[in-house]
Design a protein around this ligand. Structure first.
Ligand code: SF4
Ligand code: SF4
Length: 208
């Protein structure tokens, strides 16, 4: 008799376990998908994602800041001085990038005063030959076409311009007329900051 009860109990527990498992399966079957059908569908990269180094040549002021800060010497820049219309003008003769040396730190992007150099959103950069990524001409607008046929400099610049990474958003300057119309108070008469009163030293405290 005890044996029969044990069998009934096991069958009951088995059914309960089955229903719990089925409930989890059905719930996940109708839940929204958390995976992506890659490479047919691709995820949009986060605004601060650091892909390959890219350049807006017309924005570069040849300050060499990116060259100096690069910890692995992955960038190579040279320029020459031209005379056009009686004025001296600097012109880039070579600006290359070695993606094999690059550690994708983003320092060049951060230090550039004109946001000319930036990290684009490319992440599919597999190549068959080292030479394909060792001497990338940043002045060439089709610089990554051999790596990704869909690469577009204009699109990458647009995405970069929408991001604020590395760019400090300055508050708008108050109009001059509004400042002039403000009532003349003690602060307006003397814009020089009042020197702070000397803080009491331990000697002063003891004296008091
Ligand atoms: S991301 Fe870093 S390592 Fe790569 S080129 Fe820029 S500064 Fe150099
Ligand atoms: S820091 Fe910017 S502006 Fe200066 S050389 Fe590099 S890319 Fe050009």
């Amino acid at each position: 008799m005890e044996k029969i009860f044990r069998k009934i109990k096991n069958a009951y527990l088995g059914m309960i376990s089955l229903f719990i498992g089925m409930r989890v399966t059905i719930k996940n079957y109708f839940a929204p998908s958390v995976t992506l059908e890659y490479p047919i569908k691709k995820k949009k990269m986060a605004p601060n994602f650091r892909g390959m180094v890219d350049l807006k040549p017309e924005a570069c002021v040849i300050c060499y800041q990116c060259i100096k800060i690069c910890p692995v010497a992955a960038l190579d820049l040279t320029h020459k001085q031209m005379v056009a219309d009686g004025k001296k003008k600097n012109e880039i003769t070579k600006f290359t990038y070695n993606a094999e040396l690059c550690c994708f730190c983003g320092l060049c992007d951060e230090i550039c005063p004109t946001d000319a150099i930036f990290m684009n959103k490319m992440y599919e950069v597999s190549v068959y030959d080292h030479n394909q990524v060792m001497n990338i001409d940043l002045m060439n607008e089709n610089k990554y076409k051999h790596v990704d046929a869909n690469y577009s400099l204009a699109a990458e610049i647009k995405i970069n311009d929408l991001n604020t990474v590395g760019i400090i958003q300055k508050p708008p300057v108050a109009p001059v007329a509004a400042v002039a119309a403000a009532p003349a108070g003690p602060a307006a008469v003397s814009p020089t900051p009042t020197p702070e009163a000397p803080k009491p030293t331990s000697t002063n405290k003891e004296t008091a």
